[in-house]
Ligand binder design. Structure first.
Ligand code: APR
Ligand code: PHB
Length: 392
């Protein structure tokens, strides 16, 4: 049986950053990933890095390409009533965000693993967790050749996303779930065309929410609110552009640039938290423990915040035999998680069209948008959450 100190399930941002942080402390870890490397590197996800995320990656020497190719943003627009209302992030908070695709961070983390020879095993299957309530947990799995393997660990980190096996490995009577689904989804497209505006535009329109974002000076990222049960096959490129043009139209000069679509897909929207984020020697991090609707762009940033706390807790536990930080891991993370849950729910409710809302609800929503756009206090509250609250 192979042995490591920390067995990490999942090579998303959470698993890879945790592995990197632990090795930097001299703690052995092995990452086990179900998909192949190309899939993990190419998967299109959100692309907003909070200020604290960028600072952490810089401190670790992982931000070379992010600093060279990422796009710093000092504000974004709320577009409603056909008009733009700028939220001046940097003026209001002194901080900015960086637009840089999540899969680029995954590529950078994998390159850092290659450079240091840190172990990541792709295409594993049948992953099972055993002995989580002992101090010698084991991970059973099949390697890419189908050979049954076991990894003997001190700790297991469940970084395997929302559909992973780690969370369901916790006995049902030892976890509580908090869940909210939304009656809509996001249709996201990547288009080969320069962004139509230098900043992100979050649009509230009677036909539904739309978002103008970007990846590079040549690639635009766009999203449309669609019904929860829509199928991507029913959305031709033409239909998507027509709908985007309608929702993003303004009174002022603005032209939405069209171009060939490189990727399109539908993402369901959900808020979800499991408590606590730990069971015995299993620690959950990232999407395995919580998900947020993408409106506030918090998903990856929360995963980064979790593993920052976890790497410190595990360093104390495994190198110094002190368990206080491991004991408080879940509570520490959940404070930030619930702030982000609230913020993501708030951005989502403010900007989308709820098909079940009545006229009273619609008036409240418009009032909230107008208040946010006109009050420095309300805009600052939005901005400080958006750029990311400081790590504690
Ligand atoms: N065994 C091994 N690996 C698994 C298993 C399994 N049983 N199940 C899932 N995985 C892998 C997935 O293939 C994926 O690569 O775990 C990884 C989880 O990565 P992410 O889903 O990226 O989750 P996380 O690292 O927590 O990052 C959170 O991802 O979903 C986005 O928007 C979200 O930005 C957020 C970020
Ligand atoms: C993105 O560019 O993918 C993006 C930007 C902002 C969001 C969500 C996603 O709120």
């Amino acid at each position: 049986m192979a042995r490591t100190r920390v067995g990490i399930v999942g090579a998303g941002p959470a698993g890879l950053l945790l592995s990197y942080l632990l090795h930097a402390e001299g703690i052995d870890a092995v990452v086990l990933e179900a998909r192949d490397r190309e899939y993990v590197e190419q998967r299109v996800r959100a692309g907003v890095c909070e200020h604290p995320t960028v600072e952490l990656l810089r401190d670790l020497g992982l931000a070379g390409r992010l600093d060279a190719e990422g796009l710093p943003h000092h504000g974004f627009s709320l577009r409603f009533d056909g008009t733009d209302h700028r939220i001046a992030l940097t003026e209001l908070t002194g901080k900015s965000i960086t637009v840089y695709g999540q899969q680029e961070i995954v590529k950078d983390l994998l390159a850092a693993h290659d450079a240091k020879g840190l172990p990541v095993e792709f295409e594993v299957s049948d992953v099972e967790l055993h002995g989580l309530d002992t101090d010698r947990p084991r991970i059973g799995y099949r390697d890419r050749d189908g050979v049954a393997r076991e990894l003997d660990c001190d700790v297991v980190a469940g970084c395997d996303g929302f559909h992973g096996i780690s969370r369901p490995s916790i006995p049902i009577d030892r976890r509580t779930i908090f869940d909210r689904s939304y009656p809509f989804a996001w249709l996201g497209v990547l288009a080969r065309t320069p962004p139509s505006h230098e900043e992100l535009i979050y649009t509230h329109h009677e036909r539904g929410f739309a978002l103008h974002s970007m990846r590079t000076p040549e690639i635009t990222r766009l999203y449309l609110q669609v019904a929860g049960n829509e199928r991507i096959e029913d959305w031709s490129d033409d239909r998507i552009w027509t709908e985007l043009q309608l929702r993003l139209a303004t009174d002022a000069e603005f032209e939405l640039r069209e171009g060939p679509m490189l990727d399109k897909g539908i993402t369901p929207m959900r808020s979800f938290v499991t408590e606590p984020m730990r069971y015995g020697r299993l620690f959950l991090a990232g999407d395995a423990a919580h998900i947020v609707p993408p409106t506030g762009a918090k998903g990856m940033n929360l995963a980064v915040a979790d593993v920052r706390v976890l790497s410190r807790a595990l360093t104390e536990l495994l190198l110094h035999n002190r368990s206080e930080l491991a004991e408080s891991y879940s509570d520490t993370c959940l404070r930030r998680v619930w702030r982000a849950e609230h913020f993501s729910w708030y951005m989502t409710s403010m900007l989308h069209v709820d098909p079940a809302a009545d006229e009273f609800g619609r008036r409240l929503q418009l009032s909230q948008l107008r208040y946010t756009a006109s009050s420095a206090a309300a805009a600052t509250s939005l901005a400080e959450n958006y750029v990311g609250l400081p790590f504690t």
